[in-house]
Design a protein. Structure first.
Length: 207
């Protein structure tokens, strides 16, 4: 959590207000971009005063950080469900269902207000880069834990490094699809899944 962030409220009404502010901010981010969006603009769209917004967020970067964290948490929930479904059957089972998680993650991301602009903001702003990095490391940690149980003799640092690259490839391919319309999403996901499947199976020596 950055110094500009506030702790999420505990009261239900306050939580709903905070979520409303984030939904509005996501919509505005898609409309005006990171440079033009402001806390005054967000508050006005949400029907609140700026001081009311500042009870939840110190500045616009804190709002965008919260947007990024909310999106990443929803993506992480997809990962957790996928691991629970397939990891008990082993690495080969996970490898055979990579396309599922790519599609499910894409669906959750596209349901988020202003998702593509949130992702771009996390890349573009030095104040926000850590949000994406922390999330991708978390995903890598979860996958490393799941795989390490199946291949306990593998060096964890090497395993983590290989999976970290796989994680970045999966997210990068999805982000590309927001801009590239000369290939279908299904084709991209199938090709990425095939690449990542080989990466996972290579860990076990399976074809």
């Amino acid at each position: 959590m950055t110094l500009a962030a506030r702790l999420p409220p505990k009261q239900e009404r306050a939580r709903q207000t905070r979520e409303r502010l984030l939904d509005v901010a996501g919509e505005l981010l898609a409309e005006v971009g990171i440079e033009r969006i402001s806390t005054n603009m967000i508050a006005a769209r949400a029907g609140l005063t700026p001081p009311a917004l500042y009870r939840y967020f110190a500045d616009k970067y804190a709002v965008i950080e919260a947007l990024g964290r909310r999106l990443m948490e929803r993506q992480n929930a997809v990962l957790d469900r996928w691991i629970a479904r397939h990891a008990p059957a082993g690495i080969a089972a996970m490898a055979d269902h990579i396309e599922d998680i790519l599609a499910e993650n894409a669906a959750v991301t596209r349901a988020e207000p202003g998702a593509v602009w949130i992702l771009r903001a996390l890349h573009a702003s030095p104040q926000l880069v850590h949000v994406r990095l922390e999330s991708h490391r978390h995903v890598t940690d979860r996958l490393t834990d799941a795989c390490a149980r199946q291949i306990p003799d593998t060096d964890r640092k090497i395993l983590w490094s290989r999976l970290r690259l796989a994680v970045e490839l999966g997210f990068a391919a999805d982000e590309m699809l927001y801009e590239e319309d000369r290939v279908s999403a299904e084709t991209v996901r199938a090709q990425v899944a095939a690449t990542l499947r080989s990466t996972l199976l290579d860990l076990t020596g399976e074809d």
